[in-house]
Write a protein that binds this ligand. Structure first.
Ligand code: ADP
Ligand code: GLC
Length: 484
């Protein structure tokens, strides 16, 4: 596998959780997996095992490779300080690094060169997101002969990030200028590295069945809908799992007391700890008052403009909010201002804090995720596991993983709305808060969520089936491609 993030080494979002868990789950099924990652600043894991010459047009350079083995998975870190020894993964001060095409082109080419010298050829190559999108392009454009036919799978974790650059990068990346064509990398007059991944891979996956359908429509396709429709037979949605080694209330070191569906007092202890952390009294009344958690990148995708639209109305619901996240300045400022205005009602931590993410999943009663679009989403699954009832917009993976509560039957694992509108969110929050007052109904929703199977084992088996399908030539796509 090739990717730009993997927990616990480098993380900005769910991609890292997936790369931290899927390879291990595959290993537990008896497969052997190597993951190629950049050796970013601060990564100390791994021992040097070799050097590569990465021929990349005018930008060719050497890279050292470090290997780290854990949980049956080998992580291979590509070291090239000029590209990866930087403050952050993708950019600083709200700006992407100007040379991201070169940085991730380099990672992709290094992975291909590594595979070529590795004594045992890999059976399948699986690349993730635009940062690894050039891997199949390099392979099909004259990689080592042994890899001309190896199956390549490309997983789209988020179609909104497309790796779009000026076509002038092509020669600098060591790629032919003929790739600037609509049936190759060209995308609205520029080049898209994600398009390279989609066009040149045998099979394309995304991270939930519903998102796999959605991205074939203009509403969610981000300009790729035509291409994805043309590959619909090779496009598969496989729901992410969650890593129970990291996210299990029965053995979470960040919680004061373990709990599960049959022992919920630990959940009250977690709420008490969270209230105290926010500086609020954890007396009877404090414990009774509903507590809404939110852990998120603060970006449009996550529905933050619905929350800013509701503004002060959020303060009138009788609930409290504990919010953790970073992202766009205006959304960070919104939560800072709301917390300053009503410190008894809103606590906002504008930062990235793994421990607090666990404390919120453990201690909150409800979890808010009103996304505009959501390829899969992990927090709503963590929430259900932790008896924290999600309030979500029914879209993408949220729709596949949260069953809307039905008052008549008492069935459901959360509260969902369809229309992307502040009023729909508000109605749904009110509906959830009314149900919270009915202790029996609430317990049922909590328990139903806690009993869902979100294990990686299930998803990993689906990937294995797909690898087999790709290996047996069951894909339609690239053979017909004119540029290969
Ligand atoms: P996305 O990848 O789109 O951001 P996901 O729900 O798939 O959304 O995954 C987000 C992951 O990042 C989760 O593990 C979540 O807990 C974590 N996360 C997001 N923001 C923060 C933060 N500020 N502090 C700690 N963890 C965070
Ligand atoms: C992306 C998506 C998120 C998904 C994650 C892991 O970051 O935004 O919905 O859960 O990738 O696949």
């Amino acid at each position: 596998m090739v990717a730009s993030e993997a927990a616990p080494f480098a993380k900005t979002g769910g991609l890292a959780d997936v790369l931290g868990a899927l390879p291990r789950a595959l290993s537990q099924l008896g497969h052997s997996v190597d993951v190629v990652l950049p050796r970013y600043r601060g990564i100390t894991a791994g021992k040097p095992i070799g050097r590569l010459l990465v021929p990349q047009g005018e930008l060719g350079a050497a890279a050292a490779v470090f290997s780290h083995c854990d949980g049956g998975v080998q992580t291979l870190f590509v070291e090239h300080p000029a590209y990866f020894d930087r403050e952050s993964l993708y950019g600083e001060g709200g700006q992407d690094y100007h040379d991201n095409a070169a940085r991730f082109g380099f990672l992709s080419r290094a992975a291909v060169e590594w595979a070529a010298i590795y004594p045992e050829p890999y059976d399948v190559i699986h690349v993730h997101d635009w940062q690894a999108g050039l891997v199949p392009v390099f392979l099909r454009q004259g990689g080592a002969p042994v890899y001309r036919r190896v199956p390549v799978i490309c997983t789209i974790h988020n179609l909104a990030y497309q790796g779009v650059f000026d076509p002038d990068w092509l020669p600098q990346l060591g790629l032919r200028s003929s790739l600037m064509s609509p049936d190759a990398l060209e995308f609205w007059g520029r080049i898209s590295l994600l398009k390279g991944g989609i066009v040149f891979s045998d099979l394309v996956t995304t991270v939930s069945p519903r998102y796999a359908m959605e991205i074939q429509t203009p509403e969610y396709g981000c300009g790729f809908e035509g291409l994805l429709q043309s590959r619909s037979r090779d496009l598969v949605g496989i729901l992410n799992g969650i890593d129970y080694d990291q996210w299990d209330p029965a053995r979470d070191p960040y919680l004061p007391q373990p709990f599960d569906a049959s022992r919920l007092d630990g959940k009250t202890a977690a709420k008490r700890a969270l209230l105290e952390r926010a500086g609020w009294s954890a007396d009877e009344a404090g414990l009774r008052r509903p507590l809404i958690g939110l852990v998120s990148r603060m970006v449009d995708q996550k529905g933050f403009n619905l929350l800013t639209e509701l503004g002060d109305t959020l303060l009138t619901l009788g609930a409290r909010f504990v919010v953790l996240g970073t992202g766009e300045r205006r959304y960070e400022d919104f939560w800072r201002a709301l917390a300053a205005k009503s410190p008894g009602c809103v606590f906002a931590n504008i930062g990235f804090d793994e421990e607090m993410a666990h404390a919120i999943e453990g201690g909150a009663d409800l979890f808010l995720m009103p996304s505009r679009f959501e390829p899969c989403g992990l927090n709503q699954m963590y929430s259900q596991r932790y008896g924290t009832v999600p309030v979500v917009r029914s879209v993408g993976g949220l729709s596949d993983t949260v069953q809307n509560f039905n008052r008549a039957t008492g069935a459901g694992t959360g509260f969902a709305f369809d229309e992307y509108a502040a009023s729909a969110l508000l109605d749904t929050l009110r509906r959830a808060l009314r149900t919270y007052e009915d202790r029996d109904a609430w317990r049922r929703v909590q328990r139903a969520g806690m009993q869902q199977d979100f294990s990686w084992d299930r998803s990993a088996r689906e990937y294995v089936g797909l690898y087999e399908r790709a290996g047996s030539g069951g894909a339609q796509g690239r053979a017909a491609h004119p540029s290969t």
